[in-house]
Design a protein around this ligand. Structure first.
Ligand code: NAD
Length: 548
């Protein structure tokens, strides 16, 4: 710590006090050597802490480095003397590396998509949090001083995350009122402005639902140089923060923890609605969620074991990613070993537990080996996604028995064998979700291409699904199928199908082909407990094509 620096955090204050004590001890007579050595140790521990945390925290991005340098080297006193700012702004207001990375981490952990910052200063905290937001995330920063908006903007423009930030200048309370009137809500609110108004900001946010259900409020400086807990505090800011901390502590709407990082960060969240004792509420599962879980949590697949056949590319690959992202362990099954391994690798890279299995679903031995491999590896199967399928084109009068058999062997016989083998495991445990991939071709006759065997096999998949779905549902196993319209995968990019693209597009109300990602939520829904009452259903996702 440079000698001229004013201690700014409880640890820095402690270092300053200990250093003074150490100076006194070393210049005084009759101080026991043991005391001097303990003092030395205490100084080392206190002084090393922030330094160590700083060094071990992932370095900040280049735009943040630039923003820090620009803020620290700026002559804020001159700016004030020139009348460009209303207040004399101390450069120490900057959020800094460790706190910036902490905020970014909190944004990630809370999966926030929208953040409100009250008190931006030069934008270091805003940009750090924006870096933690997804691409379509947004951050609204309230800042009193218009000068600071112009100061920060060129650096925001340097960063790919800067476009997520909107700065609103003027009184923060006016901005809060404007946001509330517009019905805006935020997943995370960071309060770092005038300390005397913290309680007002906090109350306004909660009273006007600016904080989204399950959102968090983070508040800066809540340990304020240790003044919040020292008895001899007379400092206005210290007293305001002491009152704020106590106010939040006493507020039955929330729970809080103060993290002793730098100058203290409070993390505050609304307590679960079912803990609030209010009259006039119907305290049932609609109000507090099934098993206490809100709807999106009920769609999670944590701890579930799934497989997807034909997952080496196309729709199956999309399904494997979706199930894994929702929390399931996934076996990527495909005829093509290289493709299966490549997709399993993608999942592992994302932190999803995955294996690859090479199997031909038209061969009963392969199907049984796939099931046995999963049971021996993961103990069971909860979700079976029977997706592998092939399509060959020929006019019906020319369709060979070979083509018919091959198509049926994979699309219908293969799907049946997978349903039966996985179903046996599921019926035994009284739980399972089977999701077959049928096709819009099960409903309509897609044209102008000729694909008799395919259409008929997919109609068979729907009847297979309906039959199993009704036969097994009272033993805990639901069976449903998804019928995509025309999906943009390698299956349709054959030389013979390519010229038909324009014709297809004119038949689709949505005006485009389906992307694999258009189908991902459906597979997660059918795989999760929230869809337990759905069985034998053919979920058609075709941009309206079957209705025209
Ligand atoms: P795709 O051809 O892009 O991928 C299919 C994958 O399945 C490939 O990786 C292939 O190696 C694998 N596979 C083929 N036969 C197999 C077998 N016997 N055993 C194991 N794996 C096998 O196909 P896609 O477009 O992703 O289609 C997936 C499913 O969706 C199929 O059942 C298909 O009929 C159906 N579907 C596709 C469309 C579309 O427009 N693409 C539309 C409706 C339904």
């Amino acid at each position: 710590m440079p000698s001229e620096k004013v201690p700014d955090t409880p640890v820095e204050v402690l270092v300053a006090v200990l250093t003074k004590a150490q100076e006194i001890a070393t210049t005084s007579d009759n101080v026991p050597e043991e005391l001097t050595s303990h003092l030395q140790k205490a100084v080392n521990i206190a002084r090393g802490l922030d330094d160590y945390v700083e060094r071990m925290t992932t370095p900040e991005s280049q735009p943040l480095v630039e923003l820090y340098k620009k803020t620290i080297s700026h002559d804020w006193d001159q700016v004030y003397r020139d009348g460009k700012t209303m207040f004399r702004l101390p450069k120490e207001c900057i959020t800094g590396h460790v706190e910036g990375q902490t905020l970014k981490m909190l944004v990630h952990m809370s999966q926030a998509k929208s953040v409100l910052e009250i008190g931006m200063f030069t934008g270091y905290g805003a940009l750090s949090m924006a870096e933690g937001l997804p691409e379509d995330g947004c951050l609204v920063a309230c800042e009193l001083e218009p000068y600071l908006k112009h100061f920060a903007q060129p650096i925001f423009d340097m960063s790919p995350h800067g476009k997520k930030i909107t700065v609103k200048t003027g009184s923060a309370m006016d901005t809060l009122k404007e946001l509330a009137a517009a019905g805006e809500q935020f997943d995370m609110v960071f309060i770092d402005a005038d300390k005397n108004n913290y309680i007002n900001y906090y109350n306004f946010i909660l009273d006007n639902n600016l904080l989204r259900l399950r959102g968090v409020i983070c508040v800066d400086n809540t340990l304020f140089k240790a003044k919040v807990y020292l008895n001899d505090t007379t400092d206005d800011n210290g007293l305001a923060l002491r009152e704020f901390n106590q106010f939040v502590f006493n507020d039955p709407r929330v729970e809080q923890v103060i993290i002793p990082l730098r100058d203290g960060i409070s993390v505050i969240r609304r307590v679960s609605a079912c803990c609030v004792t209010e009259n006039k509420i119907t305290n049932d599962e609609v109000f507090h969620g099934v098993k206490g879980s809100p709807i999106l949590d009920r769609m999670r697949l944590d701890g579930k074991v799934a497989y997807v056949t034909g997952a080496g590319q196309g729709i199956g690959r999309g399904f494997a990613h979706a199930l894994g992202e929702a929390g399931a362990k996934v076996a990527v099954v495909d005829l093509d070993q290289e493709k299966a391994e490549a997709v399993a690798k993608e999942l592992l890279l994302k932190g999803i537990n995955a294996i690859s299995i090479t199997a031909d679903v038209s061969k009963s031995d392969d199907v049984q080996r796939m099931i046995d491999t999963m049971v021996s590896k993961w103990g069971t199967i909860h979700i079976a996604c029977n997706n592998a399928g092939i399509n060959m084109n020929s006019a019906s009068e020319d369709t060979s028995l070979e083509e018919w058999d091959q198509t049926f062997d994979v699309n219908l016989r293969g799907t049946f064998m997978c349903c039966q083998a996985a179903g046996r495991v599921m019926l035994k445990q009284g739980y399972g979700k089977i999701i077959n991939t049928a096709s819009m071709a099960s409903l309509i006759v897609p044209h102008p291409q000729k694909q008799l065997s395919y259409n008929t096999s997919k109609a068979g998949v729907v009847k297979l699904t309906q039959t199993l779905g009704t036969e097994w549902i009272d033993r805990g196993v639901s069976v449903n199928c998804i019928s995509p319209g025309i999906v943009d995968t390698p299956l349709i990019h054959t030389e013979s199908l390519k010229p038909l693209m324009q014709r297809w597009l004119s038949d689709i109300p949505a005006g485009r082909l389906a992307q694999v990602t258009d189908l991902q939520a459906a597979v997660v829904y059918l795989a999760c407990d929230a869809s337990d009452y759905m069985t034998g259903h053919n979920l058609v996702i075709e941009g309206g094509q079957s209705l025209w």
